[in-house]
Design a protein. Structure first.
Length: 219
């Protein structure tokens, strides 16, 4: 009886170790893929080079990612999941709706200076890559829908607390705010060093919030 109880536990432990090792290898592949894509661009990047940098066989890469575009999809999904997690954490704080939304704006604009955002914009500038990406991801991805729900909840809570103008429909507030997160709209300002991320948050916040804050709100 004791042996029968131990064996399933040992099997579970081995399975957990294998899964952890598999995930670590997938993460390393994505890390190297991001580096090569940043250096060479999509069309000049090869699975062979990614595998060589990781130190594994090309076939091992294919076990995790069936194609190069699948690697790109995974990179976009990883970044989207990370952003969604950040927004969810912000939403759980006790800050006002304005402060929460400013945190999300700041996180977005600070990221625009990073190599990852530059890579994503370069990838999306290629019509063929963009079409493949949309086909693989099936549109904008469930993360965008989830992010919209998080922001919608922040807006609704702000209205209920008297911080935001309840006469403006939430869908209008939501779509306007989501438009403020677009790298294509604001990256040239930050990349060209015309404004800093903090300044951009302040200017964009003035434009957005002064139009939706309730006259009685002090936050």
């Amino acid at each position: 009886m004791v042996q029968n109880q131990v064996e399933p536990a040992a099997t579970t432990a081995r399975s957990s170790l294998k899964e952890r090792q598999r995930q670590e290898r997938a993460d390393l592949i994505l890390q190297m893929a991001e580096a090569v894509l940043s250096e060479k661009g999509y069309h000049d990047t090869t699975i062979d080079e990614i595998a060589a940098r990781v130190g594994i066989a090309k076939g091992t890469v294919y076990l995790h990612f069936p194609s190069k575009i699948d690697l790109v999809v995974a990179l976009f999904d990883r970044d989207a999941n990370s952003f969604l997690e950040f927004a969810q954490q912000v939403a759980q704080t006790g800050d006002s709706a304005r402060v929460k939304l400013e945190h999300i704006l700041r996180h977005t604009y600070e990221g625009m200076r990073g190599k990852r955002t530059q890579l994503f914009m370069a990838l999306l500038s290629s019509t063929s890559v963009r079409n493949e990406l949309i086909e693989k991801r099936g549109g904008m991805g469930e993360q965008v829908t989830s992010l919209a729900r998080v922001i919608e909840a922040i807006l609704e809570a702000g209205k209920a607390a008297g911080q935001l103008d309840a006469t403006i429909p939430t869908p209008v507030l939501l779509r306007t705010f989501l438009g403020l997160l677009s790298p294509r709209s604001f990256e040239p300002l930050i990349g060209g060093e015309q404004v800093s991320p903090e300044e951009l948050v302040r200017y964009v916040g003035r434009i957005y919030f002064q139009g939706i804050l309730s006259p009685t709100s002090q936050s």
